[in-house]
Write a protein that binds this ligand. Structure first.
Ligand SMILES: C[S@@+](CC[C@H](N)C(=O)[O-])C[C@H]1O[C@@H](n2cnc3c(N)ncnc32)[C@H](O)[C@@H]1O
Length: 242
């Protein structure tokens, strides 16, 4: 009779537990739309329309291709998809449930006849084999580390068309030595205040931090600053130069 070591039994048990866990995820009902809308920060109409109007004011037209980084459940996406020519909206997000939720939002908005390209990825994989004229990461850099921002900008530097523009929102924080101080961000009446940190989510950065994240990439960074976000998020504009 073969002898099975404790280590082997442990490996089998671990593998079985992982499979049971994955099966549970696969059969679990998707989170309801309201819950997903809350997970992207609520304020569904206001923030959805704000980011869309902003990109149109920056020159986005229906024939342009847009990459929506951290698209969530398409709070902005429903506006972008409604406006852009079919096939010109591309979205990525960390959460497969967000991507599925986004498809649900498109169906509810009567936009599921339009072609969209959605991808779940944890590596900011924005390579869809086509160059992008515009990009947006709304409330994404506010939740990730500077190294994640570096990865995102690095991937975008080859996915944007030369001259293409990408916009990202971020919370502004102080430079050293006050960098480690928690910052109460400004907010509009009727909206809640956000406190940001240098070492945890939600993060604050200086514009120089972001420039550092893009060092050596063929990207020009401009600090647009206040663009009317009701919870104090600042706007960064990134242009591919070569
Ligand atoms: C506050 S929500 C904003 C969603 C969307 N941009 C909007 O305006 O509704 C942030 C989104 O970024 C996604 N996210 C966070 N880290 C990410 C990463 N490393 N790669 C891709 N998506 C990410 C989250 O899953 C979430 O959907």
């Amino acid at each position: 009779m073969p002898i099975v070591s404790d280590a082997t039994r442990y490996r089998w048990r671990t593998r079985l537990a992982r499979r049971v866990h994955r099966l549970g995820d696969a059969v679990a009902p998707p989170p309801p739309p309201d819950q997903l809308r809350r997970r992207v920060g609520g304020n569904w109409e206001v923030i959805g329309k704000l980011q869309f109007d902003y990109l149109v004011s920056e020159g986005m037209r229906p024939e342009h291709r847009l990459i929506d980084v951290g698209c969530g459940t398409l709070r902005g996406g429903v506006h972008y998809v409604g406006y852009l020519d079919s096939g010109n909206y591309f979205g990525i997000d960390l959460g497969p449930e967000m991507i599925e939720g986004g498809r649900g939002e498109l169906a509810r908005a009567g936009l599921d006849t339009k072609t969209v390209h959605l991808r779940a990825t944890d590596t900011f994989d924005v390579d869809f084999g086509v160059p992008f004229d515009y990009g947006m990461a709304l409330s994404v850099f506010t939740h990730v580390s500077l190294n994640s921002i570096t990865l995102c900008l690095s991937n975008l530097s080859s996915a944007l068309a030369v001259g293409g523009r990408f916009y990202g929102t971020y919370f502004r924080g102080p430079a050293s030595p006050e960098r480690t101080t928690p910052i109460a961000q400004p907010f509009h009446p009727g909206f809640s205040q956000v406190t940001t940190y240098c070492d945890r989510n939600p993060f604050h950065y200086t514009f120089d931090d972001l420039r550092h994240a893009a060092a050596d990439l063929p990207l020009q960074l401009d600090d647009v600053g206040d663009w009317g976000h009701p919870r104090g998020q600042q706007m960064l504009r990134v242009t591919r130069t070569a």
